[in-house]
Design a protein around this ligand. Sequence first.
Ligand SMILES: [Ca+2]
Length: 412
Amino acid sequence: MDHFMRIRIVALASVVVACVASAGVAMAQQGVDPRPPNAPGQKPAFPGQTRAPERKTNVPFDVVTVAEGLQNPWGMAFLPDRRILVTEKPGRLRIVGTDGTLSPPVEGLPAVDARDQGGLLDVTLDPAFAKNRLIYWSYAEPRGNGENNTAVARGKLTEGAAPRVEDVQVVFHQTPSLNSRMHFGGRLVWGRDGTLFVTLGDRSITEGRMQAQRLDGLLGKIVRINADGSIPKDNPFVGKEGVRPEIWSIGHRNIQAATANPSTGELWEVEHGTRGGDEINIARKGKDYGWPTIAYGIEYKGDPITGGITAKEGMEQPLYYWDPVIAPSGMVFYTGSLFPAWKGDLFIGGLASTNLVRLTVKGERVVDEERLLKDLQPRAERIRDVEQGPEGAIYLLTDSDKGRVLKLVPKQ
Ligand SMILES: [Ca+2]
């Protein structure tokens, strides 16, 4: 082979390599979101970990306004008679009647710190509510001098002339308290065994973020408690010196979406990343989800996060991540019969994306993604919470000072 022929072959090979490489980039940018990633150099740890292919289910549905006039509603829970408990972030809990009317605020709740992301957060019924009338709610608990932390209280829901909670007990306080108005986490999820998972944030400020890996505090953690606030004996760190026994899992940033997987009972959660690092995890006993040592995406200012690495031995990879982000809040696996085509799918609320994310999940893999409500929201409302109603409709809370309860029902 002469010299020029060799050059031509090398040049041709380079073109082929370049074409394959650009096809690879194009592949990496497939999925439902056409925008480029914030961290284009980062590679997923396994195929399908991000930008799953789009699949439009074309399920016809109507969006019905169930109630409106709620100020930044954050969490909801269905009462046995199908009325809905809804929290408003400034500190009010209301009951939405089946006709959409709002009750006066439930009396007897402790004060909340409602600045920025803080306030009254999630609400859930005791698994034995029918017998004991107990409800649980999470909130930003004021501690004086601008300090606060996430807390969980419970009380007996009583209805007379005005609804109220009685015998209120604070069953959980996140420690340490910090002077921050951000990253409270706050979702409440029951395990099948009657224990309660509480998702917590890292409080956003550096002092909090750098404690997400520490076992002697509750910043950037998921905790697991008994209903009365005592510690389950089988928590992963019970009996270990210098370690908080409430801890279930560590290395989380800010979790505002969590639900029990109906087929396995395990806790699934979606946490907010920075620019390009929202991620889905199955929160397992004693595991480390990496924050802030490993993370996808970049800092808000554009710098790499910590050491700029996305994987490390001993730290869990997310099941799935988004770059750019959706800003997740609220999630549920759909198990109802109104939408057979969606059975088993995972629905996640989007704050920044102002849409409802639908994912097809096979075991522990996301196989396709769809964005719903894109064209149905002239006001581009942020979605704060997603629940399945007792009749099988999908209920949403929209996050604004004129927040609404919406439901998706099959098209009439
Ligand atoms: Ca992580």
